[in-house]
Design a protein around this ligand. Structure first.
Ligand SMILES: C[S@@+](CC[C@H](N)C(=O)[O-])C[C@H]1O[C@@H](n2cnc3c(N)ncnc32)[C@H](O)[C@@H]1O
Length: 283
Protein backbone atom coordinates (compact mmCIF):
# COMPACT_ATOMS: atom_id res chain seq x y z
CA UNK A 1 0.00 0.00 0.00
CA UNK A 2 1.42 3.36 -1.00
CA UNK A 3 0.14 6.94 -0.53
CA UNK A 4 -2.99 7.17 -2.69
CA UNK A 5 -3.24 9.44 -5.72
CA UNK A 6 -5.41 11.79 -3.62
CA UNK A 7 -2.87 11.85 -0.77
CA UNK A 8 -0.05 12.55 -3.25
CA UNK A 9 -2.04 15.45 -4.69
CA UNK A 10 -2.36 16.92 -1.18
CA UNK A 11 1.45 16.88 -0.88
CA UNK A 12 2.55 17.92 -4.38
CA UNK A 13 -0.31 19.34 -6.42
CA UNK A 14 -1.12 22.43 -4.27
CA UNK A 15 0.17 24.63 -7.12
CA UNK A 16 3.41 24.49 -9.09
CA UNK A 17 3.71 28.27 -8.74
CA UNK A 18 3.58 27.95 -4.94
CA UNK A 19 6.51 25.50 -4.82
CA UNK A 20 8.41 27.57 -7.38
CA UNK A 21 8.41 30.48 -4.90
CA UNK A 22 10.58 28.75 -2.32
CA UNK A 23 12.30 25.64 -3.75
CA UNK A 24 15.62 26.03 -5.61
CA UNK A 25 15.44 27.10 -9.25
CA UNK A 26 15.43 23.47 -10.47
CA UNK A 27 12.62 22.38 -8.09
CA UNK A 28 14.35 19.69 -6.04
CA UNK A 29 11.96 18.91 -3.16
CA UNK A 30 14.51 16.88 -1.18
CA UNK A 31 17.65 17.35 0.92
CA UNK A 32 20.63 19.08 -0.74
CA UNK A 33 24.24 18.10 0.06
CA UNK A 34 26.69 20.69 1.39
CA UNK A 35 30.17 19.37 0.60
CA UNK A 36 32.26 22.54 1.16
CA UNK A 37 29.84 24.25 3.51
CA UNK A 38 29.45 27.59 1.75
CA UNK A 39 27.29 26.47 -1.20
CA UNK A 40 23.98 28.06 -2.16
CA UNK A 41 20.86 25.87 -2.01
CA UNK A 42 21.05 25.53 -5.81
CA UNK A 43 24.66 24.26 -5.61
CA UNK A 44 23.82 21.90 -2.72
CA UNK A 45 21.02 20.39 -4.79
CA UNK A 46 23.39 19.83 -7.71
CA UNK A 47 25.85 18.19 -5.30
CA UNK A 48 23.05 15.87 -4.11
CA UNK A 49 22.04 14.63 -7.52
CA UNK A 50 25.74 14.46 -8.51
CA UNK A 51 26.41 12.09 -5.59
CA UNK A 52 23.43 9.90 -6.50
CA UNK A 53 24.34 9.84 -10.22
CA UNK A 54 27.88 8.79 -9.20
CA UNK A 55 26.43 6.10 -6.91
CA UNK A 56 24.34 4.85 -9.84
CA UNK A 57 27.50 4.95 -12.05
CA UNK A 58 25.61 6.86 -14.73
CA UNK A 59 27.30 7.30 -18.12
CA UNK A 60 25.91 9.08 -21.22
CA UNK A 61 24.89 5.68 -22.59
CA UNK A 62 23.02 4.58 -19.46
CA UNK A 63 19.27 4.15 -19.65
CA UNK A 64 18.31 5.71 -16.31
CA UNK A 65 15.05 5.64 -14.32
CA UNK A 66 14.13 8.14 -11.58
CA UNK A 67 11.45 6.57 -9.37
CA UNK A 68 9.40 9.42 -7.84
CA UNK A 69 10.83 12.05 -10.19
CA UNK A 70 9.05 15.11 -8.72
CA UNK A 71 9.22 18.13 -11.02
CA UNK A 72 12.01 16.56 -13.11
CA UNK A 73 15.03 18.19 -11.43
CA UNK A 74 17.14 15.01 -11.45
CA UNK A 75 16.08 14.15 -15.00
CA UNK A 76 17.17 17.58 -16.18
CA UNK A 77 20.54 17.21 -14.46
CA UNK A 78 21.09 13.77 -16.02
CA UNK A 79 20.50 14.89 -19.60
CA UNK A 80 22.00 18.39 -19.23
CA UNK A 81 25.05 17.82 -17.01
CA UNK A 82 25.79 14.12 -17.50
CA UNK A 83 24.95 13.90 -21.20
CA UNK A 84 22.54 11.01 -20.63
CA UNK A 85 20.76 10.28 -23.89
CA UNK A 86 17.65 8.65 -22.42
CA UNK A 87 16.26 9.19 -18.92
CA UNK A 88 12.85 8.06 -17.67
CA UNK A 89 10.83 9.28 -14.71
CA UNK A 90 7.67 8.19 -12.89
CA UNK A 91 5.59 10.22 -10.43
CA UNK A 92 2.12 10.00 -8.93
CA UNK A 93 1.50 13.76 -9.13
CA UNK A 94 -0.31 15.13 -12.18
CA UNK A 95 0.89 18.68 -11.47
CA UNK A 96 4.51 17.47 -11.33
CA UNK A 97 4.13 15.51 -14.55
CA UNK A 98 2.80 18.61 -16.35
CA UNK A 99 5.88 20.50 -15.15
CA UNK A 100 8.27 17.78 -16.36
CA UNK A 101 6.62 17.83 -19.78
CA UNK A 102 6.78 21.65 -19.89
CA UNK A 103 10.57 21.47 -19.47
CA UNK A 104 10.73 19.80 -22.92
CA UNK A 105 13.97 18.00 -22.08
CA UNK A 106 15.48 16.05 -24.97
CA UNK A 107 15.72 12.34 -24.14
CA UNK A 108 13.41 12.58 -21.10
CA UNK A 109 10.22 10.53 -20.90
CA UNK A 110 8.00 10.73 -17.82
CA UNK A 111 4.76 9.05 -16.87
CA UNK A 112 2.05 9.21 -14.22
CA UNK A 113 2.74 5.77 -12.86
CA UNK A 114 2.71 3.92 -9.54
CA UNK A 115 6.04 2.13 -9.19
CA UNK A 116 4.17 -0.94 -7.90
CA UNK A 117 2.48 -1.53 -11.27
CA UNK A 118 5.25 -0.25 -13.56
CA UNK A 119 6.45 -2.83 -16.10
CA UNK A 120 9.29 -1.37 -18.16
CA UNK A 121 9.85 -2.72 -21.67
CA UNK A 122 13.66 -2.69 -21.30
CA UNK A 123 16.06 -3.25 -18.42
CA UNK A 124 17.61 -0.08 -16.96
CA UNK A 125 21.35 0.45 -16.53
CA UNK A 126 20.96 2.72 -13.51
CA UNK A 127 18.27 3.77 -11.01
CA UNK A 128 17.84 6.79 -8.78
CA UNK A 129 15.05 7.35 -6.25
CA UNK A 130 15.12 10.37 -3.97
CA UNK A 131 12.88 10.44 -0.88
CA UNK A 132 10.05 8.54 -2.53
CA UNK A 133 10.17 5.51 -0.21
CA UNK A 134 8.80 7.79 2.53
CA UNK A 135 5.38 7.41 0.84
CA UNK A 136 5.18 3.63 0.88
CA UNK A 137 4.29 2.64 4.43
CA UNK A 138 1.61 4.31 6.55
CA UNK A 139 2.04 4.83 10.30
CA UNK A 140 -0.66 2.18 10.89
CA UNK A 141 1.15 -0.38 8.73
CA UNK A 142 4.36 0.33 10.64
CA UNK A 143 2.53 -0.18 13.95
CA UNK A 144 1.29 -3.52 12.55
CA UNK A 145 4.90 -4.57 11.94
CA UNK A 146 4.67 -4.40 8.12
CA UNK A 147 7.35 -1.76 7.41
CA UNK A 148 10.28 -4.00 6.44
CA UNK A 149 8.04 -6.20 4.27
CA UNK A 150 6.68 -3.12 2.42
CA UNK A 151 10.13 -1.57 1.91
CA UNK A 152 11.51 -4.94 0.76
CA UNK A 153 8.73 -5.23 -1.85
CA UNK A 154 9.92 -1.86 -3.24
CA UNK A 155 13.61 -2.89 -3.32
CA UNK A 156 12.75 -6.27 -4.87
CA UNK A 157 10.56 -4.70 -7.54
CA UNK A 158 13.25 -2.19 -8.50
CA UNK A 159 15.82 -4.97 -8.63
CA UNK A 160 13.76 -6.74 -11.29
CA UNK A 161 14.29 -3.70 -13.60
CA UNK A 162 18.11 -4.00 -13.75
CA UNK A 163 20.56 -6.81 -14.46
CA UNK A 164 22.71 -8.22 -11.63
CA UNK A 165 25.48 -5.69 -11.01
CA UNK A 166 23.15 -2.78 -11.88
CA UNK A 167 23.59 0.27 -9.65
CA UNK A 168 21.11 2.37 -7.68
CA UNK A 169 21.56 5.83 -6.08
CA UNK A 170 19.00 5.94 -3.26
CA UNK A 171 18.03 8.67 -0.78
CA UNK A 172 15.47 8.64 2.06
CA UNK A 173 14.31 10.74 4.98
CA UNK A 174 14.68 8.78 8.23
CA UNK A 175 12.90 8.61 11.57
CA UNK A 176 15.27 8.61 14.51
CA UNK A 177 14.47 9.78 18.05
CA UNK A 178 10.95 10.55 19.30
CA UNK A 179 10.55 14.05 20.78
CA UNK A 180 9.39 14.17 24.40
CA UNK A 181 7.46 17.46 24.54
CA UNK A 182 3.76 17.25 23.66
CA UNK A 183 3.97 20.25 21.27
CA UNK A 184 6.85 18.67 19.32
CA UNK A 185 4.96 15.36 19.05
CA UNK A 186 1.88 17.25 17.81
CA UNK A 187 3.94 19.20 15.25
CA UNK A 188 5.47 16.00 13.85
CA UNK A 189 2.02 14.37 13.69
CA UNK A 190 0.67 17.46 11.91
CA UNK A 191 3.45 17.24 9.30
CA UNK A 192 2.71 13.56 8.69
CA UNK A 193 -1.09 13.83 8.69
CA UNK A 194 -1.68 17.17 6.96
CA UNK A 195 1.31 17.76 4.67
CA UNK A 196 2.31 14.16 3.79
CA UNK A 197 -0.78 12.01 4.48
CA UNK A 198 -0.28 8.28 4.11
CA UNK A 199 3.49 8.56 4.46
CA UNK A 200 6.00 7.69 7.16
CA UNK A 201 9.78 8.02 7.34
CA UNK A 202 11.58 4.66 7.61
CA UNK A 203 14.15 3.85 10.28
CA UNK A 204 17.68 3.24 9.02
CA UNK A 205 17.73 -0.28 10.40
CA UNK A 206 14.52 -1.11 8.49
CA UNK A 207 16.14 -0.03 5.22
CA UNK A 208 19.31 -2.01 5.95
CA UNK A 209 17.14 -5.11 6.44
CA UNK A 210 14.85 -4.41 3.49
CA UNK A 211 17.50 -3.98 0.77
CA UNK A 212 18.37 -7.65 1.27
CA UNK A 213 18.39 -10.03 -0.51
CA UNK A 214 18.17 -8.00 -3.74
CA UNK A 215 20.79 -5.30 -3.14
CA UNK A 216 24.16 -4.92 -1.45
CA UNK A 217 24.99 -1.62 0.27
CA UNK A 218 28.35 -0.38 -1.04
CA UNK A 219 28.29 3.08 0.54
CA UNK A 220 26.10 4.88 3.03
CA UNK A 221 26.19 8.64 3.66
CA UNK A 222 24.27 10.43 6.42
CA UNK A 223 23.28 14.09 5.95
CA UNK A 224 20.88 15.05 8.74
CA UNK A 225 22.36 18.53 9.24
CA UNK A 226 22.13 19.23 5.52
CA UNK A 227 18.38 18.68 5.66
CA UNK A 228 18.13 21.17 8.51
CA UNK A 229 19.89 23.65 6.24
CA UNK A 230 17.70 22.80 3.25
CA UNK A 231 14.44 23.21 5.16
CA UNK A 232 15.69 26.42 6.84
CA UNK A 233 16.41 27.89 3.42
CA UNK A 234 12.98 26.79 2.08
CA UNK A 235 11.35 28.45 5.11
CA UNK A 236 13.38 31.65 4.66
CA UNK A 237 12.45 31.87 0.98
CA UNK A 238 8.77 31.09 1.63
CA UNK A 239 8.53 33.82 4.30
CA UNK A 240 9.82 36.35 1.76
CA UNK A 241 6.61 35.70 -0.23
CA UNK A 242 4.23 35.64 2.75
CA UNK A 243 1.91 38.42 1.55
CA UNK A 244 1.64 36.95 -1.96
CA UNK A 245 1.00 33.41 -0.66
CA UNK A 246 -1.67 34.57 1.82
CA UNK A 247 -3.39 36.66 -0.86
CA UNK A 248 -3.25 33.94 -3.55
CA UNK A 249 -3.83 30.67 -1.69
CA UNK A 250 -5.18 31.81 1.70
CA UNK A 251 -3.85 32.07 5.25
CA UNK A 252 -4.23 28.37 6.03
CA UNK A 253 -1.76 27.31 3.34
CA UNK A 254 0.92 29.73 4.54
CA UNK A 255 0.35 28.85 8.20
CA UNK A 256 0.42 25.09 7.51
CA UNK A 257 3.63 25.23 5.46
CA UNK A 258 5.30 27.52 7.98
CA UNK A 259 4.46 25.08 10.79
CA UNK A 260 5.67 22.08 8.75
CA UNK A 261 8.97 23.68 7.65
CA UNK A 262 9.67 25.06 11.12
CA UNK A 263 9.03 21.58 12.57
CA UNK A 264 11.50 20.11 10.07
CA UNK A 265 14.20 22.64 10.99
CA UNK A 266 13.77 21.77 14.69
CA UNK A 267 13.42 18.05 13.95
CA UNK A 268 16.67 17.75 12.02
CA UNK A 269 18.50 19.79 14.70
CA UNK A 270 17.13 17.60 17.52
CA UNK A 271 17.73 14.31 15.64
CA UNK A 272 14.05 13.34 15.47
CA UNK A 273 14.58 12.90 11.74
CA UNK A 274 17.57 12.41 9.43
CA UNK A 275 18.50 11.68 5.81
CA UNK A 276 20.53 8.92 4.17
CA UNK A 277 22.04 8.30 0.73
CA UNK A 278 23.03 4.77 -0.31
CA UNK A 279 25.00 3.29 -3.17
CA UNK A 280 23.32 -0.04 -3.88
CA UNK A 281 24.42 -2.84 -6.22
CA UNK A 282 21.96 -5.43 -7.54
CA UNK A 283 22.92 -8.88 -6.30
C1 LIG B 1 9.41 14.17 -1.87
S1 LIG B 1 8.98 13.98 -3.57
C2 LIG B 1 10.62 13.90 -4.25
C3 LIG B 1 10.65 14.27 -5.70
C4 LIG B 1 12.01 14.24 -6.36
N1 LIG B 1 12.63 12.93 -6.22
C5 LIG B 1 12.92 15.32 -5.82
O1 LIG B 1 14.05 14.99 -5.38
O2 LIG B 1 12.55 16.49 -5.88
C6 LIG B 1 8.38 12.27 -3.69
C7 LIG B 1 8.01 11.86 -5.08
O3 LIG B 1 7.65 10.47 -5.07
C8 LIG B 1 6.52 10.29 -5.91
N2 LIG B 1 5.83 9.04 -5.51
C9 LIG B 1 5.29 8.75 -4.31
N3 LIG B 1 4.76 7.52 -4.31
C10 LIG B 1 4.98 7.01 -5.56
C11 LIG B 1 4.67 5.78 -6.18
N4 LIG B 1 4.01 4.82 -5.54
N5 LIG B 1 5.06 5.59 -7.48
C12 LIG B 1 5.71 6.57 -8.15
N6 LIG B 1 6.05 7.77 -7.60
C13 LIG B 1 5.68 7.99 -6.32
C14 LIG B 1 5.72 11.56 -5.73
O4 LIG B 1 4.78 11.74 -6.78
C15 LIG B 1 6.86 12.59 -5.74
O5 LIG B 1 7.19 12.90 -7.06
Amino acid sequence: MTSSQQQIDVSYSVSNEFFELWLDTNMHYTCGSWLRGDETLEEAQENKIGILADYAEVTPDSLVLDIGCGWGSALEYLVRDRGVKEAHGITLSTAQLDWVHARELPGVHAWLQDYATYEPERKYDALVSIEMIDHLCSPRQARDGKAVEIYRAYFDKLASWVEPGGMFGFQAILSDRMPRRRKDIEDLAFTADVIFPGGRNPRLEELVMAVRPSWEILELRMQREDYGRTTAEWLRRMRQHEDHIRATWGDALFDDYERYLDTCVRGFAAQWIGDVQMKLRRC
